[in-house]
Write a protein that binds this ligand. Structure first.
Ligand SMILES: [Zn+2]
Length: 161
């Protein structure tokens, strides 16, 4: 396992993850899946944020992580993408994990793991860990998560949803 995989996020990173939870709450409020993500550049500046709009947009691919991967690919240079991080409320699904890797964004930090998510939603088969997927494809993305400090707040967004 990559040493970074067990790194604990600092306060600034926890703040980005809390912003993701706020975006996820807004998505839930709007009737969408409770997921939110932010793209932050190598200098720690916000590039963009997104939330799930699958129901609002009637688009099954409207996951925030996929939106940010597309945006990063379109608007950032390869060097900027390599230095950037996507923070997200829940670990990427396989669709978004592949898009993230294809975009060249170098880092991924998630609050709630796919396994934790599957346990609370009762939807099996969505708990393929991104580290496993990246390893199988030999994709070079640094992964940090889950973050125990945010578990209660993150999982609460998925209860009774
Ligand atoms: Zn996804």
């Amino acid at each position: 396992m990559n040493a970074a995989a067990t790194a604990t996020p600092g306060e600034d990173e926890l703040a980005w993850l809390r912003r993701c939870l706020d975006l996820a709450a807004a998505a839930r409020e709007a009737g969408d899946g409770p997921f939110g993500s932010v793209l932050v550049d190598g200098d720690g500046q916000l590039v963009a944020e997104a939330r799930n709009t699958v129901n609002t947009d009637n688009d099954v691919t409207a996951h925030p992580e996929l939106k940010l991967a597309r945006l990063a690919g379109a608007e950032l240079s390869p060097q900027q993408r390599a230095a950037a991080t996507v923070y997200t409320s829940g670990e990427h699904c396989p669709m978004c994990a592949v898009a993230h890797a294809a975009s060249g964004v170098g880092r991924l930090v998630f609050a709630l793991s796919a396994a934790e998510l599957a346990a609370v939603t009762g939807r099996p088969g969505w708990d393929l860990p991104v580290r496993e997927l990246f390893a199988r494809r030999d994709l070079d993305v640094e992964v940090v998560g889950p973050v125990p400090q945010l578990y209660a707040d993150a999982v609460a967004l998925h209860r009774d949803h």
